[in-house]
Design a protein around this ligand. Structure first.
Ligand code: GH3
Ligand code: MG
Ligand code: MG
Ligand code: MG
Length: 319
């Protein structure tokens, strides 16, 4: 059941109605229309159901109920900060214009008076269904675009811009918390030779494989992004008193020990890593240049190694 596509599954709909007979009849009719009703008999239960991660997106809501009333449920649902708000149809015996206005102003999307005509309720639920489906599609497209804008299409790691933003915020946080952030600039050794020997496509496979191997060494709080070409930037927050020797040392060793399997065969690679530490706002440019200089040193000293910039970059007083 869980794997069934959304479209084929009966759409779930929350029915909040305290009157037993009305609730039972409504459930029966909703089922007949191919919906999957979840029935509750008071406002508190309705609000609780709406807060669940798998909350129904369509709601038929009575006004007068024990506990919080339907109007309050609407207000709370509208006040909640969610990208997927429910579509709420108030179904109530209150028929005055002032009631309708109050219901809509509290956040209901639609208002149907009791006794309702079944075909009208069905049509209004159809409208709600279209709105909910459109909204889901928009949220999905939005999330996909955000992912595409922040992730490198070849390797799946963060883009240069996204990893820079992460570094900037980690530096500010470290300054506030009195900790440090390490950056490891990882530059594949003699990568041009891989392309020259095996071709660009195999080179691409090697870049993807390299990222997978690096990710095995990273902790949950570390991130990796593509700095450019065959260069990657790891941002690694440091707890007080700790160093990055273990982290970047293990990245370097693991890369050297794990040839990448490609369509051109198994390709052994190595990486040179320049590591620098900093904390506080205003240290961004300096920490990147310090890591850059350290990579240069690692290359000069024979590649396949980690070089550390010392001392840590100090925060600018004016920042
Ligand atoms: P060094 O050890 O000094 O870093 O040598 P290197 O060959 O790695 O450095 P160099 O800067 O000379 O070459 C980097 C190569 O990386 C050249 C470029 O074609 C290749 N490259 C950059 N981006 C990509 C990519 O997306 N895919 C592939 N296949 N190759 C890339
Ligand atoms: Mg009631
Ligand atoms: Mg390079
Ligand atoms: Mg290189």
């Amino acid at each position: 059941m869980r794997d069934q596509p959304e479209r084929e599954r009966a759409l779930r709909i929350l029915v909040a109605e305290d009157d037993f007979t009305s609730r039972t009849m409504l459930q029966a009719v909703l089922r007949k229309w191919g919906l999957d009703p979840l029935a509750v008999c008071d406002g508190d239960e309705a609000w609780e159901a709406l807060q669940r991660p798998d909350a129904p997106r369509l709601v038929v809501l009575d006004w007068n109920m024990p506990g919080i009333d339907g109007i309050e449920v609407c207000r709370r649902a509208r006040g909640a900060n969610t990208s997927n708000p429910p579509y709420i149809i108030m179904l109530t015996s209150k028929t005055e214009t002032a009631d309708i206005v109050e219901g809509l102003e509290a956040g209901a999307n639609d208002y149907v008076s009791k006794p309702y005509r079944s075909e009208e309720l069905r049509a209004r639920i159809g409208v709600g269904r279209r709105v909910v489906e459109l909204q889901s599609a928009l949220v999905e497209a939005h999330n996909r675009l955000i992912h595409e804008a922040t992730h490198d299409s070849l390797t799946g790691v963060l883009t240069r811009r996204a990893v820079f933003e992460r570094l900037e915020s980690e530096l500010i946080r470290a300054g506030r918390e009195g900790t440090q952030v390490g950056v490891g600039l990882c530059d594949l050794d003699h990568f041009k030779r891989v392309n020259d020997t095996y071709g660009h496509q195999v080179g691409d496979e090697v870049l993807r494989g390299f990222v997978r191997v690096v990710q095995e060494s990273l902790r949950g709080c570390d991130v990796i992004g593509r700095y450019g070409g065959e260069e990657f930037l790891v941002v690694a927050p440091l707890p007080p008193g700790a160093t990055h020797k273990d982290l970047f040392g293990s990245v370097c060793e693991r890369v050297a020990a794990r040839p990448i399997e490609t369509r051109g065969g198994s390709i052994a690679i190595t990486v040179s890593i320049g590591v620098a530490r900093a904390a506080g706002p205003g240290t961004f440019d300096a920490v990147i240049s310090a890591a850059d200089e350290a990579v240069y040193r690692a290359k000069g000293e024979g590649r396949n190694r980690v070089a550390h910039a010392v001392p840590p970059v100090a925060a600018r007083r004016d920042a």
